[in-house]
Design a protein around this ligand. Structure first.
Ligand code: ATP
Ligand code: MG
Length: 231
């Protein structure tokens, strides 16, 4: 039985060690994310930001404390009953040696051609795609070496939107992009933040500014929390 809609996610005093040994990479982490809200995770490298998203992707299940999804303990929810609620935009964009259309739809039959174009339009990727030879049939070379880093990110955004998750988990890339594409990415993030529930690992000030709630992590602990005005 699938969870139909995302309502709320609650971390309560969560502690986590990779493999059950070594230091706690999450230590007493608590927060609540409700439908329609945006949460930004910031902090130094290695502070545990991506680990939070990995746990939500059910990559690791051996956490201590409680993680409640719509009030149900995450460890008791089968992976295929919940993953449709979440769309993950990874830090390192993964592209297939296939055309743009495939890279957005991932070959899913239920994603129509119109839905692919809608997703690309939603994240402001459509116009640059129309400028490519073959447009949506443009074939990507190994890991997208024939796209710019920013264009690859926009394809990754479009893919997440097309997958239709109700909660966007965005592990923001740090790669530098040209200013035109940076503008498009800012607009896409602005739109996602205005209309979706988002957990974002944020490097851009604009991402942080648009969040309802900012958590500052250091060595697995939340050392500050608040909104942009408060911090
Ligand atoms: P960055 O900003 O560099 O992406 P981060 O805040 O996302 O950092 P995490 O990837 O969550 O950090 O890592 C938190 C800690 O867990 C780090 O000390 C890291 O070395 C460790 N870690 C991450 N992945 C693993 C793993 N698969 N096995 C063991 N330790 C890991
Ligand atoms: Mg990370």
């Amino acid at each position: 039985h699938k969870l139909a809609n995302f309502e709320t996610l609650e971390f309560k005093n969560v502690r986590f060690q990779y493999g059950g040994v070594g230091p706690y990479v999450l230590d007493d982490v608590s927060f609540t994310l409700n439908k329609g809200e945006q949460l930004a995770l910031v902090g130094t490298t290695g502070s545990g930001k991506s680990t939070i998203i990995r746990i939500m992707s059910k990559t690791y299940m051996d956490y201590e404390g409680s993680i409640l999804l719509n009030g149900i303990e995450l460890s008791s929810i089968p992976k295929d009953a919940m993953l449709h609620l979440f769309s993950l935009m990874q830090q390192d964009v993964f592209l297939f040696e296939q055309n743009i259309h495939f890279n957005i739809s991932l070959g899913a039959d239920e994603i129509s051609d119109d839905a692919v174009v809608d997703a690309a339009q939603y994240v402001y990727a459509h116009d640059f795609i129309l400028g490519l030879p073959g447009q949506y049939q443009f074939e990507l070379k190994n890991s997208g070496s024939n796209l710019s880093a920013g264009q690859a990110q926009l394809i990754s955004f479009a893919r997440s939107v097309a997958q239709g998750g109700q909660v966007m988990m965005l592990d923001e890339a740090t790669s530098s992009v040209d200013s035109v594409t940076e503008n498009l990415i800012q607009k896409a993030i602005g739109r996602l933040f205005a209309e979706k529930t988002v957990i974002a690992i944020a490097h851009r000030l604009s991402t942080i500014r648009h969040s309802d709630q900012i958590l500052v992590l250091n060595q697995g602990k939340i050392v500050e929390r608040g909104n942009h005005q408060e911090l």
